[in-house]
Design a protein around this ligand. Structure first.
Ligand code: IPM
Ligand code: MG
Length: 360
């Protein structure tokens, strides 16, 4: 029997509730497939702060280190007004810390418009009707997020602040290969996002990606300026397959792609290191406003578990069975409130988790 260690970091807000449903689904998977999961839970974000005055405690890092993969909930909160900056600080630091610590350089963020959920998209109806299936591949451990120097200096009117956008050839090549290899298994198109009309870093980005593209003659390669891409996403999202982005542009465009799908509660993500290690988390935030009320949509967390099976645990069939179960339950008309519409069956977090688990 194969044994896999999974670090479970539920975090804050709705994190624990939706995580419980993902674990429920993984429990069914371990009964049906030849595998045993060791789930090791650890606090992160605000939950860790409450206990250890540390958003990413050593104990948590240790558990992650010993794991085959990290299943992450969400962080941030409970946010009271006077704690806002502090909590925001917590939120930012624990995520960036995990990414850097484990070399999670490749961030995969699928944004898919499920035909059954097209009504929830803010896109114009005729555009939404065509659907789309985009995968944002975002470089996650470099660029302006981590570039040095960064800082503040001076005083008064002369005070200034700066960050550095920097990419090494090897970093660009590495993420570009991930994008082209992934596109080969999809619709064979990579749109590489840059700002090569202004930024030197991005001129270099375009040059290097173009070189890598030559190695993948079966994949269509197209460079696009980020401002144009932001517009094209709204006008004609169906043209895209893989969107290859640096850290900051990927941050921005992945939110836009998620928003136009109309179902933030449905979108999983993966952050991958070299080899098979990865961290998997839902696209939505900790949603403190609905935490504890049992109405959150756990599908993003459940699909993140499916991505974990696929990318870290070499369990493609099991991953596919989860995705299929989710589609079946949606097609049967069961919906949490965020994706509910007249005529559909309204269910709570636990109920939709049960239904998905039963369908595996
Ligand atoms: C994301 C978030 C993070 C980022 C923040 C919380 C640091 O926006 O995962 O997209 O900017 O990467
Ligand atoms: Mg973001």
């Amino acid at each position: 029997m194969v044994i896999k260690n999974i670090a479970v970091l539920p975090g804050d807000g709705i994190g624990p509730e939706i995580m419980a449903e993902a674990i429920k689904v993984l429990d069914v998977v371990q009964k049906k497939y030849e595998v045993t999961f060791n789930f090791n839970s650890a606090p992160v974000g605000g939950a860790a702060w409450d206990k250890f005055q540390d958003h990413l405690p050593k104990e948590t890092l240790q558990i992650c280190q010993e794991a085959d993969a990290i299943l992450f909930g969400s962080v941030g909160g409970p946010v009271s007004e006077q704690h806002l900056t502090k909590w925001r600080g917590v939120e930012v630091n624990s995520l960036l810390g995990l990414r850097k610590k484990f070399g999670l350089y490749a961030n995969l963020r699928p944004a898919k418009l499920y035909p059954a959920l097209a009504f929830a998209s803010p896109l114009r109806k005729d555009i939404a009707k065509k659907g789309f299936d985009i995968l944002v591949i975002r470089e996650l451990t470099g660029g302006i997020y981590f570039g040095q120097p960064k800082g503040r200096e001076g005083k008064g009117e002369d005070e200034s602040a700066y960050d550095t956008m920097i990419y090494m050839r090897k970093e660009i090549k590495k993420i570009a290969h991930v994008a082209f290899k992934t596109a080969e298994k999809r619709k064979k198109k990579v749109t590489s996002i840059d700002k090569a009309n202004v930024l030197t870093t991005m001129v270099f980005w375009r040059e290097v990606v173009k070189e890598v593209a030559k190695e993948y003659s079966d994949v269509e390669y197209e460079p696009m300026y980020v401002d144009n891409a932001a517009m094209q996403l709204i006008r004609n999202p169906k043209q895209f397959d893989v969107l290859l982005c640096g850290n900051m542009f990927g941050d921005i465009l992945s939110d836009e792609a998620a928003a136009i799908s109309g179902s933030l509660g449905m979108l999983p993500s993966a952050s991958l290191a070299d080899g098979t290690f990865g961290m998997y988390e839902p696209g939505g935030g900790s949603a403190p406003d609905i935490a504890g009320s049992g109405i959150a949509n756990p599908i993003a967390q459940i699909l993140s578990a499916a991505m974990m099976l696929k990318y870290s645990l070499a369990m493609n069939d099991a991953a596919r069975s989860i995705e299929k179960a989710v589609e079946d339950v949606l097609n049967d008309g069961y919906r949490t409130i965020d994706i509910w519409q007249e005529g559909m069956k309204k269910v709570c977090t636990k109920e939709i988790g049960d239904l998905i688990a039963e369908n595996i």
